[in-house]
Structure formats: structure tokens, C-alpha cells
Design a protein around this ligand. Structure first.
Ligand SMILES: C[S@@+](CC[C@H](N)C(=O)[O-])C[C@H]1O[C@@H](n2cnc3c(N)ncnc32)[C@H](O)[C@@H]1O
Length: 278
């Protein structure tokens, strides 16, 4: 996997351009999710959930109290339909990758779930969904791909029904500063916490890994570790009332399996937010 490089000033100024690149890169990465499809069908049909226990605790039992859950950056729909199995009457998934949504539609066909799939950049989520979500959920591995947090937070706010809840569970930005030292402990990476977007090709071996397209022929993609301060400030600025902001040692993408559990437990690897409309 080639090393990431900082986005150039021209790239960093072009949010639409970075998102277009990410869309192409995620469409390539959907290849990996295609390999997980049969597993996803079995899980959802069996009434199971792909969400982490910490996420289920935050979301709670949705039976009888969630007419519509909207899942932003839903990928192949496995987590979205997990919300259905947790009791949401209907679910909506939004993602910009056509190949991911093709998988989501196949998952719906195989399970009969009451789901609607919307192909859109999350920043342009259609206004017809405004005010309709009893739950807006955004989960593991979403925020790092977004290049305009104020626009994102405004979307979260406008989707919520008057009594709706927002639940976020995602990677903690501090995680970017640490890596396994090969002996079960941590070492500091070269990542600059305040540097902004970085560009890369290829994917981490612990997650998407190698695809049928060679790493250096894949589309460029842009990710960044938004600081917790930037995230919270964007949510507050959009008119959301934060009920809880929690940091967790939960290794949300199994990216640090080589680090001993006791060592892992002393670094914040994920965080969550529960919020409502102000
Ligand atoms: C790591 S995956 C999310 C995984 C998710 N927790 C799951 O497995 O259901 C990130 C997803 O975000 C989507 N994505 C990234 N940037 C996006 C954007 N600006 N608008 C819509 N979708 C986006 C990608 O297509 C991909 O499906």
C-alpha cells in the first residue's frame, strides 16, 4: 500500500473534487463487500445485527418507537438492515457508490426488508427526507471521508423528526497517531493531527485489503482525521443539542488486533455522540 501524501492546497480547496475521487475509490472497494454478501443475507435473515454492542446500547430497542431510521453512508446495507432487526419499522440508506447500493438492493430482495436506498453524496441528501427520521445513524468509518463537516452536520439536523435522535459511532481521531509496535504495544505514527486531508491509493490489509485492481492503479481517495473539537463544534453549529459525547477503547475496524488488549484499552479508538434537535 503506497504511503499517503498530504492533499495539495488545490485539492484541499475542492470538496466536490475530493468527494468525486472518493466515490470512484469506494465503488472499486465495493468488490470486497460483494464477497461478504452471502454472510450479510444470512445474518439479516436470522434477525441478527452487524452493529457493535456499544452501538446497540446507544441505539436501544427501536420496536414501536422508530417509524424511520436513516443510515448515512450505508455501504452495502448490512448495518442499515440491522436497524430494521433492532425494531425500526422502515429504514433508508444513503450512499454515493452505485455498486454498494446495488448490493443493498440485492440484500433487500433477499430479506424482504422495508428499505429505501438513495444514491447521493451525503452532503446532498434529498430534502424530501427532511424532518422524517426518528433515528439518524452514522457509523463506523464514515466521517473520515467527508471534507465539509458544517454541511454534513446541517444534513444530520434537517433529517431529524422533531423528537428524533442522532446516534454517531465512529473512529476516534487520536487513533491516527498510534500504531502497533510489532510487540503488542503502541508506537507513535508520523501522522500530523492538525494537517487536514491526505490522499492515498490502496487499502489497509485489515479491512478492504488488495483488490483485483493493483493499488497504484486504483482511484485516489481523500481521508482525514477530523478532530473531536471540529466534530463537536460542527454539530453544535448546526443546532443540535448534544446529550452525550463518549470516547471508547473499542477497536471499531479491528485495525489493532496486533496490540495487546490491555494496551488497547488505554487509547481512545472510537467515540460516540447522542444528540437531538435543539
Ligand atoms: C467504511 S464504509 C461504511 C461502513 C458501514 N459502517 C457499513 O459497513 O455499513 C464508508 C461508506 O461511506 C460511503 N461514502 C463515503 N463518502 C461519502 C459521501 N460523501 N456521500 C455518501 N457516501 C459516502 C462509501 O461509499 C462507503 O460505502
Amino acid at each position: 500500500m503506497p504511503d499517503p501524501r498530504p492533499a495539495t492546497p488545490e485539492e484541499a480547496a475542492d470538496v466536490g473534487g475530493m468527494h468525486a475521487a472518493n466515490r470512484a475509490a469506494w465503488d472499486e472497494a465495493a468488490e470486497r463487500y460483494e464477497g461478504w454478501f452471502d454472510e450479510a443475507v444470512m445474518l439479516i435473515k436470522a434477525g441478527g445485527s452487524n452493529l457493535f454492542p456499544v452501538e446497540e446500547d446507544l441505539i436501544g430497542d427501536l420496536r414501536g418507537r422508530c417509524r424511520r431510521a436513516i443510515h448515512l453512508q450505508c455501504a452495502g446495507g448490512r448495518d442499515t438492515l440491522s436497524l430494521w432487526n433492532l425494531g425500526a419499522a422502515t429504514v433508508v440508506g444513503v450512499d454515493f457508490s452505485p455498486r454498494m447500493l446495488d448490493l443493498a438492493r440485492r440484500l433487500t430482495a433477499a430479506t424482504g426488508a422495508p428499505a429505501t436506498w438513495v444514491e447521493a453524496d451525503v452532503l446532498d441528501t434529498p430534502h424530501e427526507l427532511d424532518g422524517t427520521a426518528d433515528l439518524v445513524y452514522t457509523g463506523r468509518g464514515a466521517i473520515l471521508w467527508l471534507q465539509d463537516l458544517d454541511r454534513w452536520a446541517a444534513v444530520l439536523r434537517r433529517l431529524l423528526a422533531p423528537d428524533g435522535r442522532l446516534v454517531i459511532f465512529d473512529g476516534h481521531p487520536a487513533e491516527w497517531l498510534f500504531d502497533g509496535d510489532g510487540e503488542g504495544g503502541w508506537t507513535l505514527t508520523a501522522y500530523d493531527y492538525f494537517a487536514g486531508a491526505e490522499a492515498s491509493r490502496g487499502w489497509a490489509p485489515e479491512y478492504i485489503d488488495r483488490l483485483s485492481i493493483e493499488d497504484d492503479e486504483q482511484h485516489l481517495k481523500f481521508a482525514r482525521a477530523w478532530t473531536l473539537g471540529e466534530i463537536v463544534t460542527a454539530l453544535l453549529g448546526a443546532g443540535l443539542r448534544l446529550e452525550r459525547v463518549t470516547e471508547h477503547p473499542v477497536d471499531w475496524w479491528a485495525g489493532h488486533r496486533d496490540v495487546r488488549a490491555d494496551e488497547r484499552g488505554r487509547v481512545p479508538l472510537s467515540f460516540s455522540v447522542v444528540a437531538r434537535r435543539d
